[in-house]
Design a protein around this ligand. Structure first.
Ligand code: FAD
Length: 401
């Protein structure tokens, strides 16, 4: 038993999710990943089954109809869900990040129209920050604008890599709403644009690492004088960056929980294959080079897991955990890619093929070092914070952080 052994209060739920995955998700995973009519039909069936079994939206706040798990308890469950990419949809987890951000500032009308149906899975919402032509790591450069004309916001601009923009009922758009004399960090707002708004167009589904969006798709979208009511603003004018931080912070830890799951699954594959594959009369497991793979994976996964649980506990206690979240995102994204890479290596040709889930998982994992801020931006943020603490005379006592 360690301090972070799954608590008895969560263990049965976690086991139930694991059993569901084994029984109902893994056997149809390729069909789900292929999408199409059959994939969508099966996904709907599994979503209904997850709801029936009380496994839907476990991390969403209870007052919004979710399972209400604390961040730490959710980490134990979400690390299991993360073993399979389609499972994130089957268990209704994908909307959590956006729901939490909206819930902090939404009006009553926005809560009824967008948040509650997001929790039940009746709709989803896309989130649009990134633009072609400018670096998303410096969002002050974004060029999409919204002008208040009478009782309407009028949006113009282009965004890209917007996940699930095709199947979302609305897109939350980060855009400049204030004039050039307002300090840039107070010049952007978020505006909700329903899918059917005239002037809002999907340009294309961008192929990413050989994958067209099957489970979600990543779209280039355009706004040409797209008009929405003034009440479509989310939170206050000029609070766009503040809200973005609220979304991206917890979002990072949700990614990390899922990457722990993918790491676990890849590690299982690696170890089982090492024990069973024979080479010159001996299993691969007896080769020191393969043992080093196991050792490296063990160390990296253990470190990632402790970092995730530590950050989750900090969030539960009301802390912002900015340094922890940036640090853990970099670590987990690298870990899952490393573990999958080693597992593929030990599997030989089969590991590179669609006969095993590893290569698709590896491609998906590679996104991790870019999405929600590239590694370099997070590394810089962590170091800047720590060095500032030293300059302020506080230092960085790990025992007290
Ligand atoms: C699969 C996928 C899904 C996505 N979904 C969405 C979505 O739904 N909504 C959305 O708005 N966006 C989405 N994105 C976009 C993603 O958030 C951005 O790609 C990411 O924030 C990086 O921005 P950028 O592409 O403009 O790269 P840039 O900001 O131009 O960065 C490029 C590179 O510059 C370097 N760099 C950046 N900052 C620093 C630094 N501080 N120090 C040193 N080097 C640095 C790094 O090497 C970095 O990789 C998605 C992207 C992918 C791949």
């Amino acid at each position: 038993m360690s301090l972070f052994t799954v608590p008895a209060t969560v263990a049965p739920l976690r086991a139930q999710v694991a059993e569901f995955l084994e029984k109902h998700v893994y056997p149809v995973e390729p069909v789900l990943l292929a999408g199409g009519i059959e994939g969508t039909r099966i996904l709907k069936e599994l979503e209904a089954r997850a709801k029936d079994e009380g496994l839907w939206a476990l991390g969403h706040p209870a007052r919004l109809g979710g399972g209400g798990l604390s961040m730490l308890d959710y980490a134990y469950v979400n690390e299991v869900i993360g073993r399979s990419e389609p499972a994130t949809q089957v268990f209704g987890t994908t909307t959590l990040q956006t729901v939490l951000m909206m819930d902090a500032v939404a009006t009553q009308e926005q809560r009824q129209r967008w948040i509650l149906p997001s929790v039940t899975g009746d709709l989803r919402m896309a989130f649009a920050m990134t633009e072609p032509g400018v670096s998303s790591s410096d969002p002050t450069q974004f060029t999409t604008t919204a002008r208040l004309v009478g009782e309407e916001w009028v949006l113009n601009g282009r965004k890209w890599f917007i996940s699930a923009a095709d199947r979302s009922a609305a897109t939350i758009v980060m855009c400049r709403t204030e004039s050039g004399d307002v300090p840039v960090h107070e010049a952007f707002s978020m505006i909700i644009v329903p899918r059917e708004t005239p002037g809002f167009r999907l340009i294309r589904d961008i192929e990413v690492m050989g994958m067209h969006g099957v489970m979600s798709g990543h779209f280039e979208i355009q706004f040409d004088d797209a008009r929405v009511p003034a009440s479509s603003i989310l939170g206050e004018r000029g609070h766009g960056f503040r809200l973005a931080q609220q979304r991206l912070g917890p979002g990072r830890i949700f990614h990390c929980m899922r990457w722990l799951g993918a790491s676990q699954r890849a590690f299982d594959h690696l170890c089982q294959r090492a024990n069973s594959r024979m080479l010159n009369g001996r299993p691969l497991a007896e080769r020191q080079l393969v043992q080093k793979f196991v050792f490296d994976c063990y160390q990296e996964i253990t470190a990632s897991r402790l970092m995730v649980l530590n950050a989750a506990a900090k969030l539960d206690s009301g802390g912002q955990a900015r340094v922890e979240l940036s640090s853990v995102k970099v670590h987990c994204a690298q870990t899952v890619a490393n573990v999958l890479d080693r597992a593929m290596q030990v599997y030989g040709a089969e590991g590179m093929s669609n006969l095993q889930p590893l290569e698709a998982m590896w491609r998906e994992a590679r996104f991790g070092r870019i999405v929600d801020g590239p590694d370099e931006a997070h590394i810089e943020r962590v170091s800047r914070n720590i060095l500032r603490a030293y300059r302020n005379g506080e230092g960085w006592d790990f025992g007290e952080r």
